[in-house]
Design a protein around this ligand. Structure first.
Ligand code: IMP
Ligand code: MG
Length: 187
């Protein structure tokens, strides 16, 4: 039987095994880099970062907390952030003096991350680094210093593994490229 996502899928860009291997590598690297502290806190950006977070944390062997931040761009279309970013749900924990690691699905223009970084820095953490599963450097309008990147990708609209297509298909275990003709039918 044809799966619902198949009519949107142009091709699989990053398959499950490759994704999982890279997530394990990132987790090992992070464990090494943070071996000196028990004040690591992973900050997952909802909703896109959720699958990456839950896989990544299984590969992080140092003690750490997690917390969630829900962000949206208003006046947004499905495909691009506008730069008008707002907090839908703030963190629950205090981050002062903690070593923060932002866990994000993808960096596109950089607007979302710039907003999150500035907001977190104002709370005076011990340190702040970024971990993004995907990076689309061709689309960047705001420079963002990246500490951990899963994969650099070209300027194509992708979905799966946390990333949505009109809020759906976040559950797919791979990263797929959307068919161009289907993109036009999305908001
Ligand atoms: P930025 O503020 O332009 O960097 O946008 C980042 C956000 O836009 C990400 O956190 C995603 O939620 C969304 N986004 C950007 N590119 C894609 C994509 O190819 N697929 C799905 N969501 C995307
Ligand atoms: Mg996101």
């Amino acid at each position: 039987m044809q799966q619902a996502y198949e009519k949107y899928l142009h091709e699989i860009l990053i398959g499950e095994a490759v994704l999982q291997a890279r997530v394990a590598e990132l987790g090992a690297q992070i464990s090494k880099d943070y071996h000196h502290t028990d004040k690591l806190m992973l900050i997952c950006i909802l909703k896109g970062g959720v699958m990456f977070l839950t896989d990544l944390m299984r590969h992080i062997s140092v003690p750490h907390e997690i917390d969630f931040l829900s962000i949206s761009s208003y006046g947004k279309g499905a495909r691009a952030s506008t730069g008008n970013v707002r907090i839908d749900m703030d963190l629950r924990e205090n981050v002062t003096d903690k070593h923060l690691l932002i866990v994000e699905d993808i960096i596109d223009t950089g607007h979302t991350l710039r907003f999150v970084i500035d907001m977190l820095l104002a709370r005076e953490p011990a340190s702040l680094k970024l971990c993004s599963l995907l990076d689309k450097p061709a689309r960047r309008t705001i420079p963002i210093p990246m500490d951990y990147i899963g994969f650099e990708i070209e300027d194509r609209f992708v979905f799966g593994y946390g990333l949505d297509l009109d809020e759906k298909f976040r559950n797919l275990p791979f990263i797929g490229v959307v068919k161009t003709e289907m993109l036009d039918s999305l908001a």
